[in-house]
Design a protein around this ligand. Structure first.
Ligand code: PGA
Length: 253
């Protein structure tokens, strides 16, 4: 049985005070209401990593993640944050290759492979994102593109390293649009990704890899999406910014 994970991607939202309130409300609701053993991750802006981590204390179910890190380990890279820095703060997860990073910051497969390596070298688990834009889906070449993104970012890893990676399939046309993939579309692509992993690493390894779905996951659709056999939880943007909504999403896992 793969661990279910529900990760909230707060993106560039909330003041520190709002962030503290959101984290504390979700923590309380999860403790009071959520059964099961789904793991929850708050992927927060860099300045909030330590305050939120400290607020959580040693909460067994909820941890924090960063939304990006540099491909460099240290040096003259003004404004960047490195994997060793995150490690030194006790941060276990880092999102890499989110479509907004690919689209607005020009991150490509080669760069992301470096970021994956530096994260793993310093003991962080990457949440590696892939997913096709609308025109690629419409041209019916989405499976080929997503397979290529997974190859470029991850296929240089050995099996032990790959097992530390969480994959998030996020169709770009579903991110922040309110237009979610159907459960069938999500399941189909997750199965394609898992089969592709199996072709390189063998079925036994592929079966251990956690693959999250992201793109307009909300309280109403989470349960159906998360009950697909190859969907192991979600990476959630908008709905992670409201404590009640996010708690309902977590209940779906
Ligand atoms: P959304 O964002 O849930 O707001 O669509 C998901 C994401 O970008 O990770």
């Amino acid at each position: 049985m793969r661990q279910k994970i529900v990760a909230g991607n707060w993106k560039m939202n909330k003041t520190l005070e709002e962030a503290n309130i959101l984290a504390s409300e979700v923590t309380g609701m999860v403790a009071d209401e959520v059964k099961g053993d789904a793991k929850v991750i708050f992927c927060v802006p860099f300045p909030y990593l330590l305050p939120i981590k400290n607020q959580l204390g040693n909460n067994a179910r909820i941890s924090v993640g960063a939304q990006n890190c540099s491909e460099h380990e240290s040096g003259a890279y003004t404004g960047e944050v490195s994997a060793p820095m995150l490690k030194s703060m006790g941060i276990p997860y880092v999102i890499l290759g989110h479509s907004e990073r690919r689209q607005y910051f020009g991150e490509d497969g080669k760069l992301l492979a470096k970021k994956v390596d530096v994260a793993l070298k310093h003991g962080l688990s990457p949440i590696f994102c892939c997913g096709e834009p609308l025109e690629v889906r419409e041209a019916n070449t989405h499976e080929a593109l997503v397979k290529k993104q997974v190859e470029e970012g991850l296929f240089h890893l050995n099996a032990d390293a790959l097992k530390k990676v969480v994959i998030a399939y996020e169709p770009v046309w579903a991110i922040g649009t309110g237009k979610t993939a159907s459960a069938q579309q999500a399941q189909d692509m997750h199965a394609v990704i898992r089969t592709h992993l199996a072709s390189k690493y063998g079925q036994a390894v592929a079966d251990t890899i956690i693959i999250l779905y992201g793109g307009s996951v909300n309280a109403a659709n989470a349960k159906e999406l998360f009950s697909c056999p190859d969907v192991d939880g979600g990476l959630v943007g908008g709905a992670s910014l409201k404590s009640r909504d996010f708690t309902e999403v977590i209940k779906g896992a």
